[in-house]
Design a protein around this ligand. Structure first.
Ligand code: ADP
Length: 676
């Protein structure tokens, strides 16, 4: 196990390296190939240029050799022509002098007899005499060699080149030409090798290059032309000149600038293209890197968005402009119990619409698709789960705008509000139960008042009944006057019984639970309903109840049971606040007027109910906790009255407030909306 733990990071690192290598491998390969291509192309271009230069040089050399041969051949003919027409010695000398003037390459022309003895000799007028006559005897070796070869061949022949020393250490490389002539004898011409090059070759040839005669073994004999420049490369071409009796080598050394990286246009072009290629490659690599980074960022953003969509508990759904579902998030699928595929590919009907409401929803969708703006605060609807159960949802809709700013559909958010509804229902039920308990508590308090109130009619009934009995139990039939008295007593009994019944009915009406429906009731009727009960307590506490109604008040819309309870609570609290021995004048004033301004932004009209007492008033400390449930200052109080009053008034859209009354006491006011 520890080994595995040690190896795990190593493996992870290996995997990472492999992925990096795989990503970069192709790029590295491409770069190497491009580099190899570049180097090869540059090298090939350089080599091509070298080859071309060499070819040109070889061609020049071949041309030069051919020029030399032609020149030498022409010279032989010219030489032969000097003896044309059987010229005598003098004539020949004149002709020879003329020839020497035209041919600078000749140093000396000689006419020799068959034994090689000189008959006549003329030297070139262009230079100091190189030969002395006694050096040029019959046994002069080079001439002898040339002439013996000529004799053998029966044609002109040359001697190998030899050095002839001249004055002050200078000297010349000389080549002898021996031409056999008709009638025996020879014409011998001494060629200066250097001048042969200068005269017989085109002067262009020695420009920028060196032209030389060498021995077959490479020994340089003479050379003309430019010396080698520094920083140049030597191109050499040599060719044999096979003359009868001697073999010479013509060698041309050409100096060319070293072919550098840009030897010519082709290479430059190729290099430029290659550089462009490499640049493109670099840019491509950078672009790819940027793309990879963007891709990674995009993937991160997508993953984040997906995580967000998956984790929200709000259902999300997108529809296109034709009403087809294009997207749902997992929360929505969970809410309705259908999978995303089922929702998006059901082209028949929306599967989560309750069948009984589908028609209405279709109409609503048509209105929406026609471009109607949905309410910002959302709207409630009922959806159906896959198992057929219904549940309430709160829907918020908004147009779906794409990046170009045009609408592509609708986006909706759904909140399942069934739990909220359940809690609301629970709190409503407990509120109702509380109110019922509060009413019962009020009734409990009133039981004693009731018994007191009922004693009067009951006592009256009892006394009328006993009086009647007395009259009836007298001897004989009752007299006419007595008859009337009995009738009156029975009427009184009936009246008192009716009164007692009314008292009991009013309490019963109040306690009985009625349907919680809002109805239109006049303020007068509301006050009248609680008045008997208020008067019950008022009588006991010695309170005078005053009523004041503005003229022609409109009806209010309310749950009358609850509003009556509010009125009764406020009146009772007021009377209890005046239950002080020192208070001589106890007045409870109930007023209903039109409210001056509306408390809300809506346009409804309001009535204001106020209950004013002249009791103990409310201290700041009590005021701060007045509406807290179960807050009471009375030993037998429950502390629920005012908190329930406020809930009821606010449920009706009104407000409940209180303020001190001058010179003493408190006024409680609340507002209710009128039916209009
Ligand atoms: P309860 O009447 O059961 O005490 P309420 O919620 O009706 O409960 O009243 C709470 C408290 O507010 C009362 O105990 C009393 O101290 C005070 N109170 C209510 N109305 C008045 C009033 N008109 N004048 C003075 N104090 C009042």
């Amino acid at each position: 196990m520890p080994v595995a733990r040690v190896l795990r990071p190593a493996f992870a690192r290996l995997r990472f390296l492999r992925s990096v290598w795989r990503r970069w491998f192709l790029w590295v390969l491409l770069a190497i190939l491009v580099l190899a291509l570049l180097v090869t192309v540059v090298w090939l271009a350089g080599r091509h240029e070298v080859e071309q230069t060499q070819t040109v040089l070889d061609r020049d050399t071949a041309d030069a050799v051919s020029d030399l041969r032609d020149g030498l051949q022409r010279n032989v003919q010219t030489l032969r022509a000097s003896l044309a027409g059987g010229a005598d010695r003098e004539q020949w000398e004149t002709r020879a002098a003329g020839l020497l003037r035209d041919h600078r390459e000749w140093l000396r022309l000689e006419w020799r007899d068959p034994a090689l003895r000189p008959l006549a000799a003329v030297d070139s007028p262009y230079r100091r005499r190189v030969f002395s006559d006694n050096e040029r005897g019959p046994d002069q070796m080079d001439v002898e060699l040339a002439c013996s070869t000529a004799r053998k061949l029966g044609a002109p022949a040359y001697s190998p080149s030899h050095y002839v020393a001249a004055l002050q250490g200078s000297g010349l490389e000389v080549l002898e030409l021996c031409v056999p002539v008709e009638g025996g004898g020879y014409l011998v011409a001494a060629y200066s090798l250097r001048d042969t090059l200068t005269e017989l070759l085109a002067p262009m040839l020695s420009r920028g290059q060196e032209v030389a005669f060498t021995e077959a073994d490479g020994t340089r004999l003479v050379a003309i032309g430019a010396p080698r420049r520094i920083g140049t490369r030597v191109f050499t071409s040599q060719q044999l000149i096979d003359l009868p009796g001697v073999t010479l080598m013509l060698r041309i050394d050409g100096w060319r600038a070293v072919p550098d990286l840009f030897p010519n246009m082709l290479t430059a072009l190729v290099t430029a293209i290659s550089i462009a290629l490499v640049s493109v490659l670099v840019l491509l690599a950078r672009d790819t890197r940027r793309r990879l980074r963007a891709e990674r960022d995009l993937a991160d953003a997508l993953a984040f968005r997906k995580a967000m969509e998956d984790s929200v508990i709000t259902g999300l759904r997108a529809r296109d402009l034709q009403g087809r579902i294009t997207y749902v998030n997992p929360a929505f699928c969970e809410m309705v119990g259908f999978s995303a595929e089922e929702l998006m590919h059901s082209d028949v009907e929306v599967p989560y619409w309750p069948t009984e409401l589908a028609h209405e929803y279709q109409r609503r969708q048509a209105v929406r698709l026609a471009g109607a703006t949905p309410p910002r605060e959302g709207f409630e609807s009922v959806f159906m789960r896959k198992d057929g159960s219904r549940f309430p949802v709160l829907i918020f809709e908004a147009p779906l705008i794409n990046a170009q700013g045009s609408q592509t559909g609708w986006m909706s958010a759904f909140i399942d509000i069934s739990e909220q509804r359940r809690i609301e229902e629970l709190s409503r039920a407990s509120q109702e139960r509380l109110q019922a308990s509060a009413r019962l508590a009020t009734v409990g308090e009133m039981a004693s008042l009731l018994s007191h109130e009922l004693t009067q009619p009951l006592a009256a009934i009892a006394s009328y009944a006993s009086g009647s009995l007395n009259l009836l139990s007298a001897d004989g039939a009752p007299q006419a006057g007595e008859h009337q008295e009995v009738a009156m007593a029975v009427r009184r009994i009936a009246e008192q019984a009716d009164r007692a019944g009314q008292v009991i009915r009013s309490v019963h009406d109040f306690v009985r639970r009625r349907d919680r429906t809002r109805e239109s009731v006049t303020p007068q009727a509301l006050v009248d309903a609680v008045l008997p009960l208020v008067r019950l307590q008022a009588r006991k506490l010695g309170v005078r109840v005053e009523l004041a109604f503005e003229d022609h008040l409109p009806a209010v819309v309310c749950d009358r049971t609850l509003v009556e309870q509010v009125l009764l609570n406020l009146a009772r609290n007021g009377m209890q606040a005046m239950d002080m021995p020192e208070l001589s004048e106890r007045v409870l004033r109930l007023r209903v007027v039109r409210a001056s301004g509306s408390p809300g932004p809506d346009a409804r009209r309001w009535l204001e109910f106020s209950v004013a007492d002249v009791g103990c008033g409310i201290s700041d400390e009590v005021a701060s906790r007045l509406f807290t449930p179960f807050f009471t200052t009375r030993p037998d109080g429950m502390g629920l009255g005012l908190s329930l009053c406020r809930t009821v008034v606010e449920q009706h859209g009104g407000v409940l407030m209180h303020e001190p009354q001058r010179p003493r006491g408190t006024i409680f006011r609340f507002t209710l909306a009128t039916a209009s």
